[in-house]
Design a protein around this ligand. Sequence first.
Ligand SMILES: [Zn+2]
Length: 652
Amino acid sequence: MRRPCDLLLTNALIVTMDEQFSIHAPGSIAITGSAILAVGDVAGDFDAVQSVDCRGRVVMPGLVNAHTHAPMTLLRSLADDLRLDVWLMGYMMPVEREFVRPDFVTLGTQLACAEMIRSGTTCFADMYYFEGAVAEATSAAGLRALCSQTVLKFPTPDAASYEDALATARAFIAQWKGHPLIVPSIAPHAPYTCTAEIFRACAELASEFDVPLHTHLAETELEVERARKDHGMPVIPWAKKQRLFDARVLAAHCVHVDEGEIRTLRDAHAGVAHNPTSNLKLGSGIAPVAKMIDLGLDVGIGTDGAASNNDLDMFEETRLAALVAKGVSGDPTAIPARTALAMATRLGARAMHLGDITGSLEPGKRADLIIIDLDQPHTTPRFTRDANAIYSLLVYAAKSTDVVDAMCDGRWLMRERRLLTLDEGELRLRAAEVARRIDAFLIQREQSVLQKLVAIGGAAEQESFEIQVKARLASEASVLGALESEEIAIIRQVHYHQYDTYFFFDDAEQGRLRYREDEFLDAQDLVVSARARLTLTGPSREGAFGSVLLFRSRFFAPATHSPRFYREYFKPAREKEVEKDRRRWLVAYRGVQFYVHLDRLLNPPTGGYFVEVKSRTWSRRDAEDKAAVITQLLQHLGARPGDIIEADYVEL
Ligand SMILES: [Zn+2]
C-alpha cells in the first residue's frame, strides 16, 4: 500500500553521503513536512502531493559551512594582503566597533544567506555580534545555522564588558533553544582575545544549556608560541585545562596542533572546522587534516568570514581542501574527493554537533538538499565504471553555479536558480550604501596617525604638556653628587634599559610615534620586569622659554602589540632606534616636582652622558613659572649654560 508524502523527487542521481556512501542511480526521495521519509528505489511506495522529475540531475545533501562570520559579507575585500593581527586589530575590529549594529548584522546575514543558498549551502556555523539578529535573518531566509554569540575580553559592538557579553549570550541561548532551524551557542572568540576565566565561564554556560561552544583554536604559530610562553603549554592542553571540552566544542582552524592534541580533540568529541582559503590567505599555515581524519576526528570545512576568503563558496572550499592536503603532503591519495565531500556535508554537520539532523540524505533527517545540473560542458562526460567518479566530478569539476535548486527543512529556498526567500537586488543596493559609509570613515582615519592610534588603542585621546631641558655631561659625577645635596629631596628612583623605536611620517604635521620598551633593572643590573608604551608626540614644540622647551604629547598608551605590528599598521616613512641606560629620580626642588634623567646613550654609538629635567605642566602660565626653577635645578646638577642642547636623541 502506498504511503502519502508531500514531495517526491524522482529519477535523480542521488548522492546520499551517508556512512556507506550509498548512491542511487536513478533514485527517489520522499519528503513530508521538514523530514526525509525514504531514499532509494521508493517512487512506487508513495502517493505524493507533488512530484519533481530530476532526470540528469544530482540530488545531494546541502553543503555545510562549518565556520563563518556571516555578517562580514559587508566587509568583503575591505582590507587584504595583511598579517592576521594588523588585519583583525587594525581594520576589522575598528570598523566593526564603528559600524556593527543590529541592522548591519541583519543586512550582512541576508547577503550571506543569498550567497550561500545560490552556492548550495543549507547549513552554517556562525560566530558574530548581535547573534540574535543573525538568527532572525537566517531563519527568515530559511537556512539552518549554529548561531554563536561572541564573547571577548575587550569591549565589542554589542557588549561593554565580557560580563555583558556573557549575559547577552545567556539570554540569546534561552530565547532560541529548541528552534527548528537555529541552534544557539556561545563563542569565546579565541585564546588570544579571551582569558582563562572567559573560557571557563563560556564552557559552563554551554554545559548548563547543553548547547555547542564555538571558538577559534591554534590558528597561527604566534598564538601557539604565546600560549607556550604565557602558560607553559600549547593551545589545546591549555583549553582543556580551562575545562573547555566539558562543552561540545566546534573549534575553527586547529592549524598548529600535534598528534597528541588531535587525540585530545577527538577524545573530547570536539569538531574541527578546516578553513583552507582563510588559512592560506592570512598565511596561517595548513591544518593537518589528513591526520585528523585518519585519527577519527570530525572535520568539517568552513569558508570563514567573507572578509578573509573573500566569498562563501563551499564548492571552491571543498576542492581546495582536497588539493591542499595533497600539495602539502606530496601524496595525491590524501583527502580523496569522496572524503572532501563528506567533510563538506556529513562530517561538517557532526563537527557542528548537528550530525543527527542534517549532513546526509537519510530517512529521519531533515530535508536539507540541493539539486545540481550536470548537463554542462565542464561536467561532461560522466563515467560509471568507478563509483567514486561522481565524487570527482562534484569536487573537481562542478561549480557552485551548477546548483539549480536548494531546499532546507523541507522548504524550497531556490528553484531553477531563482531565490525564493530573499530579494538580491535590494540587498545589493543596501550593501553599496554601507560600503560608501565605511569607505568615508576609513579614508578620513587613514589621513591621521592619531586617529589610527585611537582606533587600535581602545583608549581616548589624552593630551599632556611637559617642559624639558637637556644638557650634555662629561661624566655622571656632578648629577650623582648634587642629588645627595639638601636642596633636592628624592621621592623615588628607578633604573632601566630603554629601547626606543621612532616612526616618522612624510607629513611632519602628523608628529612622530615612539615605541618604547623599558627593562627595569635591580641593584645588580638584572632585568626584573619590562613594559612597552606608545607615545605620539605633537609635530612641533609648542614654545620655548630660553633653553626650556614646552612639548605637547598627544597620546600615551601601553603598547600591546609588537613593533612589527605598528610598523605594518602605520607604514612610517622612516624609522630610527635609540637605546640608552637611564636612571630616573622623582625629586622635589624649591617646591616643584621634577623628573631627573641621567642617561648614558648606547645607540647611536656616538654615546655620551646626558642629564634631562622634566616636569608635567597644565598651562602656558604654569610652564613659564616652572621654567625659571628648572633652569636653576639644571645648573645645580652641574650643567653649564654652554652644555645645554636643544636636540632630541633622535636628532643627535
Ligand atoms: Zn573565524
